[in-house]
Design a protein around this ligand. Structure first.
Ligand SMILES: [Zn+2]
Length: 277
């Protein structure tokens, strides 16, 4: 029997704020006070997390003090540089920019700042995931061969990140590798026939709380180890405090009855093949 807390892992979706943002908000009394590179490095050592993917928010005010996308990408590049290869980072989108500008910044994100994918957050950007804007952006991501992570934790069938809309976009781009973050939450069933990977960030404790551990196991196995990706969304969680996220995740995962090979695929191999590392 192995323990998820001890096996080697990559955290495929987490949040760290740049130092300049942390310095500008010394009294922040929310989860983002934990979104700090030094603290995350301690957790990585404690839980055998060999690397991690920093996700931006589609809100440049959270990731820079200049509040523009170029500054966000530069900050993500700096975080990667300082981490000695431990951090990867996905490119951001500022919905206030025209789609032409966003495509140009995405090319820069790869060529100038060596970022590793594109993050789309329909809730924060207010752009419905199957909008024309996102389709145009995806054409650029496709040319750049960038993996695309989509936030999907919808409340209703009309939410900007509703799974039906996510699937509409994914169907248009069969050449692009997609990760649906948070598994589409409680609309997960509509993702079963979709070719995307799903990351288990944020949602896992919510599944257990609302559906029970047996049903959670059934859900995860209905996707299978080929499509699941380990990710925490640290320090964000609707149910848990930041301090409890990892221990709670590993407790749940230890109940999921994955074989050691399947666990390796979920914890390391799937995201490694997406990032080509
Ligand atoms: Zn997140």
């Amino acid at each position: 029997m192995f323990d998820w807390a001890e096996i080697e892992k990559i955290d495929a979706h987490m949040h760290i704020l740049p130092d300049e943002v942390q310095r500008a908000n010394p009294d922040a009394d929310n989860e983002f006070q934990y979104a700090e590179a030094g603290l995350f490095s301690v957790l990585m050592r404690q839980f055998n997390i060999k690397s991690a993917v920093i996700m931006p928010f589609n809100d440049p005010r959270l990731m820079s003090m200049e509040f523009n996308i170029e500054a966000v990408h530069s900050n993500l590049f700096d975080l990667k540089q300082k981490s000695a290869g431990k951090f990867f980072a996905f490119a951001d989108v500022d919905p206030d920019n025209s789609v032409e500008e966003s495509c140009r910044f995405l090319i820069d994100a790869v060529e100038k700042y060596h970022l590793d994918g594109l993050k789309l957050h329909p809730q924060n950007s207010g752009l419905h995931i199957d909008s024309l804007y996102n389709s145009e952006l995806l054409k650029t991501a496709e040319v750049l061969k960038l993996p695309v992570a989509i936030h999907s934790y919808p409340n209703t069938a009309d939410s900007p990140d509703a799974v039906r809309k996510v699937v509409n976009l994914i169907d248009k781009f069969p050449q692009v590798t997609f990760i649906v973050s948070h598994m589409g939450a409680f609309q997960w069933g509509e993702l079963l026939d979709c070719p995307a990977y799903v990351d288990i960030s944020a949602i896992l404790p919510d599944y257990v709380r609302k559906c029970g551990i047996e049903e959670c196991r059934r859900m995860l196995h209905s996707f299978g180890a080929d499509r699941l990706i380990f990710a925490s969304d640290f320090p964000c969680n609707r149910v848990l405090s930041p301090k409890d996220i990892f221990t709670n995740y590993f407790e749940i995962l230890n109940f999921m009855d994955f074989s050691e090979n399947e666990a390796h695929q979920i914890a390391v191999a799937n995201i490694s093949s997406i990032l080509k590392i």
